[in-house]
Every structure is written in structure tokens, then in C-alpha cells.
Write a new protein. Structure first.
Lengths: 158, 255
């Protein structure tokens, strides 16, 4: 479990940033001027954890993004969706969640799966249809959605 | 509330039902109540026994918190000593490996890591400076060595329904009045509005831990020992973590 690594991919006024590891006090955010981009995409697929200092450093880092820039949070694991739901400013105003993971737990074999949802229309309408059950990747029994939907999908209303 | 710490050993308790988390914090902050227990919470009988036990002798909690909380239902436990800030990641990793063998714990793994991280950080960066009378915690990037004499301990234990995560330090500098006010503030101003933008603590760690547990145990023997522990539901009850009904306990010992 090392420090956070951030990969950058710049094309003109567009930047894609992919994060790997924990977002915490040891995170060294790149010296990239986020205010110079019209489009910013964050890929959270490989984020493993976030703590209180990580939340603070994240908000501090992204506050330079231009208010009119198009900002997308992609492949958000539960730890990121939890912060989007709970902490104002974790997702900048006018930014959107492009895709996110939903956890499913299998009581039969004690396995936790996560399934990616990336329905742009549903997300835009705030009405994602997520199945309450999903076949477990290990035993194929029915795994149940492992979040309180009213709470987890609160970010869709933002 | 400071009078609680300084003078009062007997702490009243209340039983409630479906009381939201912010109301629990309000009760504990503005009244002399030190235990709030939800009647419909996980392990309700054990929680009642816990309150009775610490009212009888609060030292039970300070000598063996897992036994005091889970009693005879305790199945297994792990203790990890630490004294240096650089040990955080290895400590989290050890807990991660240990809990991976507990049935039903995989679904709360994110909460487990967050809580161990915050407990470790509080012990290393908050407990020492407050013990020596400083007003703020240490810079989170500083390397800290508490020496063997002041080593801290992360402990984990479980029964069939709950996993207990906790941390013990030998400073006893946790200010319960300040902490409950800080928690209450996060409900009034929101988490974002409560963040401290310095190099020290962000000031929201306790709120994050509280959001990720169903039982919050805060024990202080002034200038001697602090034990903070949290209960998380495992097995079929695990989604209770997302339901907003929580128990809180202040355990104070004055010798």
C-alpha cells in the first residue's frame, strides 16, 4: 500500500487524471494548473481508500478548476461516492459523476462484487435503474445490492 | 460537560429508539447524559450490560475493552502495538489481513480501513501534543516516535454480530467536551464547513468514524489512558452501518 499516484494525459485544453492508491496526507498532487483546462476527467478506479486529511487535500487541489469547466468523475468506487454524498465541494459544482460502482454481497459464499454503472442518460435524469440482485462472480448465487439505495444514490440528485 | 470529566464519575444513560445520529450527539453534548443506547440496535442486550458494567466499575473498560464490550460472546481478537507514524500502513495492512478471515467483514472493509487510519492518526498526532499542553495537533507529514514507554495499541475483536475496532494510548488527553462539540458542529455546518485547512488534523476524522460505525465508545482516564473503540455490524446486519441509528458511550474514570 504505497502513496497515491496520479497519471496525467493532456490534450490541448483537456486533461485526464487517473488515481491509484489511497488519498491521504501522503498524497502528492501533481503541480498541474487545473485552472487552464476546459475539460477535466478524474478516473478513480484504483483509489483504495480516503481519510479525513485526504478529503481536505482533495478539496484544496480541485478548487482551482474553472467553474465553467466540464468536470467528470469516472469509475467511482464506494469510498468516493460516499464522500460525494456527504461532503459538499468534494464534487465541484456543475461537475458530474460519469460512472460508479455498486457493491453486491453474496451471503452464500461471503463474496463482495462491485459492478460498474455508466448510464449517462440515467445519471443525467437522476434515475439510474440498478438491479437489486446480481449473480455472484464466484458461486453464481444471487448477490444482493449492499447499499441503502436512498442514501447511496443521493448524488444523482445533486 | 467538562464537569463530567473533572468531577462526576457516575454518568446517566438513556435508552432511545430510532434516534438519528445528530440527535444522539446533541443529547451527549448539551446534557449530562453519557450513554445513549438505541433499543432496536444490534446487540442491544450486550450494550445494556456494557453500560451497567462500566457504571459499576469503569476500569473494566480500561483493562480489557473487548471483554467489557462483547463479554462472553467475544470470538477472536488481535492486538497491534505501534509507536511511530511510519507504522500506519503496515498496521492497516495487518488489520486488513486479519479481518479478511471473518465472515461478513468484506462488505465493511472500507469502513474498517478508514477507522483504523483515523484511530492511528489521532493517537500519534493528537494525543501527545494535547498531553503536553499544546493547543493543536501535529503536522500530518511530520515523523513522530512516541518511544516504547508511550506505545499505543490498535485492537480488533468480534462476535457473530459486530466487529470492534479500537485504539488505546497512555496519554489520557482526549477532551470529550471538545470532541462532542466538534461532532455537533459537523452536523450544524456540514462536514465541508467544518474542515480545518491547515497542516494539522482536518477536524472531521471523528465525524467520519462516527458515520462508519454503530457504536462509539470514548473512554478517558485523565493523563493516564484514552481508549476509543467503535462497533461495526457484520454478517446479515452489516447494512445497519448505513442506517443512521447509533449508540454512544462516554466512559470516565477518576481515581
Amino acid at each position: 500500500m504505497g502513496a497515491l499516484k496520479i497519471g496525467e494525459d493532456v490534450h490541448g485544453d483537456t486533461v485526464s487524471l487517473s488515481l491509484t492508491g489511497p488519498i491521504d496526507e501522503d498524497a502528492n498532487f501533481p503541480n498541474i494548473d487545473l485552472s487552464s483546462f476546459q475539460e477535466v476527467t478524474f478516473d478513480f478506479m484504483n483509489v483504495t481508500a480516503i481519510n479525513s486529511c485526504g478529503i481536505r487535500e482533495w478539496i484544496r487541489w480541485i478548487e482551482n478548476i474553472k467553474p465553467e469547466a466540464r468536470v467528470t468523475y469516472s469509475n467511482c468506487p464506494k469510498v468516493i461516492i460516499d464522500q460525494v454524498n456527504m461532503v459538499d465541494g468534494f464534487l465541484p459544482t456543475n461537475a458530474k459523476v460519469g460512472s460508479f460502482y455498486v457493491p453486491y454481497f453474496c451471503e452464500s459464499c461471503d463474496n463482495l462484487d462491485t459492478t460498474l454503472y455508466s448510464d449517462p442518460v440515467g445519471i443525467a435524469n437522476g434515475s439510474v435503474k440498478v438491479p437489486p440482485q446480481f449473480p455472484c462472480s464466484k458461486c453464481k448465487q444471487a448477490a444482493e445490492i449492499d447499499v441503502i439505495e436512498g442514501k447511496y444514490f443521493k448524488f444523482l440528485k445533486k | 460537560m467538562n464537569s463530567l470529566v473533572k468531577k462526576q464519575v457516575y454518568i446517566p444513560s438513556v435508552l432511545v429508539k430510532d434516534l438519528p445520529a445528530d440527535e444522539v450527539i446533541k443529547i451527549i453534548t448539551v446534557s449530562q447524559v453519557g450513554h445513549v443506547v438505541q433499543k432496536n440496535g444490534v446487540d442491544f442486550e450486550l450494550e445494556k450490560q456494557f453500560v451497567d458494567g462500566v457504571k459499576l466499575n469503569s476500569l473494566n473498560y480500561f483493562s480489557d475493552p473487548l471483554k467489557a464490550i462483547l463479554g462472553s460472546t467475544l470470538i477472536n481478537q488481535l492486538h497491534i502495538k505501534f509507536k511511530e507514524s511510519v507504522q500506519k500502513k503496515e498496521t492497516i495492512e495487518k488489520v486488513k489481513v486479519w479481518v479478511s478471515n471473518i465472515r461478513g467483514a468484506s462488505r465493511i472493509q472500507d469502513s474498517i480501513y478508514l477507522i483504523v487510519d483515523e484511530l492511528f492518526t489521532n493517537a500519534i498526532y493528537n494525543a501527545l501534543p494535547f498531553f503536553v499542553g499544546l493547543r493543536d495537533s501535529l503536522d500530518r507529514k511530520e515523523k513522530v516516535d512516541l518511544t516504547d514507554r508511550k506505545a499505543c495499541e490498535i485492537f480488533v475483536g468480534h462476535n457473530e454480530h459486530r466487529l470492534i475496532l479500537g485504539c488505546s494510548d497512555s496519554f489520557g488527553s482526549l477532551n470529550l467536551e471538545k470532541l462532542s462539540n466538534q461532532l455537533l458542529n459537523t452536523y450544524a455546518k456540514g462536514i465541508a464547513g467544518s474542515i480545518k485547512y491547515g497542516k494539522n488534523g482536518a477536524g472531521i476524522g471523528c465525524r467520519l468514524m462516527f458515520d462508519n460505525c454503530i457504536n462509539f465508545y470514548l473512554g478517558v482516564r485523565e493523563n493516564e489512558q484514552t481508549i476509543v473503540a467503535l462497533g461495526l455490524p457484520i454478517g446479515p446486519n452489516a447494512r445497519a452501518i448505513d442506517i443512521n441509528f447509533k449508540n454512544i458511550h462516554f466512559i470516565i474514570n477518576k481515581e
